[in-house]
Design a protein around this ligand. Structure first.
Ligand code: ZN
Length: 185
């Protein structure tokens, strides 16, 4: 039985899922074993990701299915209607582009930013099959190879100083060298 949401996007769903705050939530359907939320964007203008020109010229609309995290122990799926805009900058290589929702979507991803964040943490802690099993216990279905791909996609950690253990190892090498020189004398 669909739960129809009235008002201009003021929806109780946005209280539990803040990433929906900028959207118009059309309906929330309790499917028993999961929640299905249908929503659409409502920002009148968006910025071209290539040249940052502001555009309000809508070329087309399409629906994206996004797997979110778990709410009340049940998985959440968001059917999000997004628009493809025409870049108004004649000098831009990007003719059309699909809008993204900050904090919710990433290009070509079928999971929300929040769900990807959870999976990245799981992948770093226990990748592969163990990670997939843990994610499954948390209500997120994921293939082990997906977790491996998430790890590979993570940026390398920035290392501005040698870790303490390396500094100690370098010092030990110097001391050992000095001792060898001493014995040689
Ligand atoms: Zn552009």
């Amino acid at each position: 039985m669909p739960h129809l949401v009235a008002g201009d996007g003021a929806c109780c769903a946005a209280v539990f899922l803040p990433s929906l705050g900028s959207l118009h939530v059309e309906r929330v359907v309790d499917g028993g074993d999961g929640l299905r939320i249908r929503a659409h964007t409502r920002t009148p203008q968006v910025v071209c990701p290539q040249c940052t020109a502001v555009s309000a010229r809508v070329h087309a609309r399409h629906e994206r299915r996004l797997h979110d995290g778990v709410l009340g122990g049940r998985p959440v799926v968001i059917d999000l209607v997004v628009r493809r805009f025409i870049c108004v900058n004649a000098g831009c290589d990007t003719v059309t582009f699909t809008e993204q929702v900050p904090g919710l979507t990433l290009p070509y991803r079928r999971r929300t930013v929040a769900a990807l964040g959870v999976l990245e943490h799981i992948a770093v802690a226990v990748a592969g099959r163990a990670g997939a099993r843990l994610a499954g216990l948390l209500g997120i279905v994921v293939h082990p190879s997906t977790l491996i791909r998430l790890i590979r996609a993570l940026p390398d950690p920035v290392c501005t100083q040698a870790p303490e253990i390396l500094a100690k190892a370098a010092a030990a090498v110097v001391v050992a060298g000095q001792r060898r020189v001493g014995r040689g004398n």
